[in-house]
Design a protein around this ligand. Structure first.
Ligand code: CO
Length: 424
């Protein structure tokens, strides 16, 4: 079973080189499953038993179902669509030595820099194209689906101390090589060709580097899976699979995937935005329910914020809490933090453990070492807009924020099964 799921996960990630593609991939799957796409700029006419989804900025997506029977509340699973990468700047071409064309990029999110070197990369994202006939602007997703750029390392002979630690400068060290001098002035043409548009008609772009290395299932008994963007597409994929498989009889079921977690969520489509609030309240309005009905439902609701978690690293076991230890293939990770960077508390921990027991899946617990600052995630940020009992969870992984991360092959299925029970 987990082999089949791993293959599906790999395919899902392959189709999703950027947040925009991840939302497109999910939209396609939802339409296949009979969901109706709602637009934020149109009136909503929802019905009991209906299945819907809405996107914002093409990079965040919320899918939900309305139960046939009277709604008991809402059950939400949230994850994020973005991953750390390098964004292509405006006017990206830079000539070097009269012999090379490299690209000007900047960091998106907090990545491990070293593994971006010496591997085939490409570029994907979206461009905004003006239609030459109508003059209207439309968004086109692009993926230059071939090995296109590379960030070559400096030879060891020219920096003998590099293995003693190196501080990467994003403006100097991380600029990808795009071509020899004959490539001059061709970059936007390459992008325009991938978009099926003329370069002059492209008025805006959001383009990112992505790792071309194929996902791999490996290890003595093929127990590990490595791929780009597992944080957080592994959770987004599992959430969607569980959402589609769940019965969704008693609660409004909500599969929510938000952009910009890697840069603090403070955008119009991020977890700090009104997107989730707007969607839930509009759904209530459209069903003829009152604001008070919404608040009553919210009080009886539960959210699982799913963002990948750290597993104990075999070479650095001292980096984790002495007692709460998480391992690949050990099950879903329930995250705790006294300062509420993770919103799990005694109540939401109990609710999530109860779900996992019903699903028959293992749960591990994570807390940072008490002398170490951890990362942040989207649960507590989302709670400032839509406040409800929330557990922060994730699937265990190694090398978080590398362009090639590692997880356990069995954990995806555990989260799908837990999501199925959440969406009962
Ligand atoms: Co994440």
């Amino acid at each position: 079973m987990h082999n089949e799921i791993s293959k599906q996960l790999i395919e899902f990630i392959k189709k999703s080189p950027t947040c925009f593609h991840a939302v497109q991939t999910m939209s396609d799957l939802l339409i296949e499953e009979g969901f109706t796409e709602l637009k934020e700029n149109e009136k909503w006419k929802l019905e009991k038993g209906g299945k819907y989804f809405v996107t914002r900025n093409g990079s965040s997506l919320i899918a939900f179902t309305i139960p046939e029977q009277e709604m008991k509340g809402m059950r939400i699973m949230a994850s994020h669509s973005d991953s750390p990468s390098f964004k292509i700047k405006e006017n990206p071409e830079m000539e070097a030595e009269g012999h090379y064309i490299k690209l000007n990029v900047e960091k998106y999110g907090g990545m491990l820099c070293a593994p971006w070197f010496d591997r085939p990369l490409s570029i994907a994202g979206r461009v905004i194209v003006r239609d030459p006939e109508t003059g209207t602007l439309r968004t086109v997703l692009v993926n230059v689906d071939r090995d296109l750029v590379m960030i070559p390392n400096l030879a060891i002979h020219m920096n003998r101390e590099v293995n003693d630690g190196y501080k990467y400068n994003a403006q100097k060290d991380m600029l990808p090589l795009y071509g020899d001098i004959t490539a001059k002035d061709s970059f936007m043409k390459t992008i325009a060709d991938a978009a099926g548009a003329a370069p002059d008609d492209i008025l805006g772009h959001d383009l990112f580097l992505y790792n071309r290395q194929k996902a791999s299932i490996w290890g003595a008994s093929e127990e590990f899976l490595s791929s780009a963007r597992l944080d957080d597409l592994q959770c987004a994929f599992s959430s969607l699979k569980g959402f589609l498989a769940g019965e969704k009889k008693e609660y409004m079921a909500v599969h929510c995937v938000l952009d910009n977690e890697e840069v603090g969520s403070g955008t119009k489509q991020g977890a700090a935005s009104t997107f989730l609030y707007d969607t839930l309240t509009r759904a209530h309005d459209s069903l003829g329910l009152s604001r008070e009905d919404y608040l009553i439902h919210l009080a009886d609701s539960f959210m699982v914020s799913s963002d990948n978690a750290h597993a104990v690293h075999p070479n650095y076991p001292e980096k984790m809490d002495p007692v709460n230890r998480t391992y690949l293939n050990g099950g879903i990770v329930l995250k705790f933090n006294a300062n509420q960077k993770y919103c799990t508390d005694g109540v939401s921990a109990a609710m999530f453990r109860d779900i996992c027991q019903k699903a028959g899946v293992p749960v591990q617990t994570f807390t940072n070492r008490s002398d170490m600052m951890g990362g942040s995630t989207l649960g507590n940020i989302s709670n400032t807009q839509v406040a409800l009992n929330t557990a922060d969870i994730g699937l265990p992984q190694l090398a978080m924020h590398s362009p090639y991360e590692t997880v356990g092959v069995r954990d995806t299925e555990y989260l799908i099964r837990a999501a199925e029970v959440l969406f009962c």
